[in-house]
Design a protein around this ligand. Structure first.
Ligand code: ATP
Length: 208
């Protein structure tokens, strides 16, 4: 449970789902409807861009080769490194996670909103976020649909998409942790209807 001092409690809704499940489609619709979106991937990106708050620690821990000439984190280099060496992944997460947490908390403390949507793509893989969340929305669809969507959107080879899915939590695990599920297995118009319905439900919970 999220407890903010000197402030009425505000509803914090976690949003997660596998790659290509439709998290962005869901969060942008909820934003249009009036929710405030806090995206942990966007925060991680801002921390590791040129001049980002995590850059000095990343350079200290991984050397100059962890950075591109413009001073931003070299994502390709770091992705390959943490894939090969799990202790490096832990070291990078130790740098990023507390800073992401701090920035999330800042946004929760300063936002005035119907409710917050906290997007954590790897919620069930990483842990550590659950106690901030009053609800957990899982966006779910069959794996084959994830594969098709990501191939179409990113132009990746199928094997790459399947390798990412293989490294993420299973559908079963995610669904077991959900308080709300959005089945995104139809068209976009159908998805919008489901989101609008869920929004009404969340508004009622936020007003309790
Ligand atoms: P990632 O984990 O990679 O960030 P995501 O979960 O945010 O992905 P989206 O980017 O929302 O997923 O959706 C993946 C792709 O599938 C996008 O191109 C999106 O427009 C498309 N898409 C999502 N839902 C539907 C749908 N119901 N019908 C058609 N296309 C969809």
């Amino acid at each position: 449970m999220h407890i903010a001092l000197n402030k009425p409690k505000q509803l914090v809704v976690g949003l997660t789902g596998g790659i290509g499940s439709g998290k962005t489609a869901v969060s942008s619709r909820l934003q249009t409807l009036g929710a405030t979106i806090i995206d942990t991937d966007e925060i991680a990106h801002s921390l590791t861009k040129t001049g980002g708050l995590a850059i000095p620690d990343i350079q200290k821990a991984f050397g100059r080769e962890a950075l591109l000439p413009d001073g931003s984190m070299n994502r390709d280099h770091m992705r390959a490194l943490v894939f090969k060496e799990p202790d490096k992944r832990i070291a990078l997460e130790k740098i990023l996670h507390p800073k992401i947490r701090q920035l999330v908390q800042q946004q929760l403390d300063t936002g005035a909103t119907l409710y917050f949507v906290l997007v954590v793509p790897l919620l069930f893989e990483k842990g550590g976020w659950g106690e901030l969340m009053d609800e957990i929305i899982v966006v779910d669809c069959p794996v084959e649909q994830q594969v098709q969507r990501v191939i179409q959107r990113n132009g990746w080879p199928e094997t790459q998409v399947r390798a990412v899915i293989q490294n993420q939590a299973t559908r079963k695990k995610r669904l077991a942790g959900a308080t709300e599920v959005i089945e995104n297995n139809g068209g976009l118009a159908e998805l919008i209807k489901k989101i609008d319905f869920l929004h009404q439900k969340l508004i009622k919970k936020a007003q309790k």
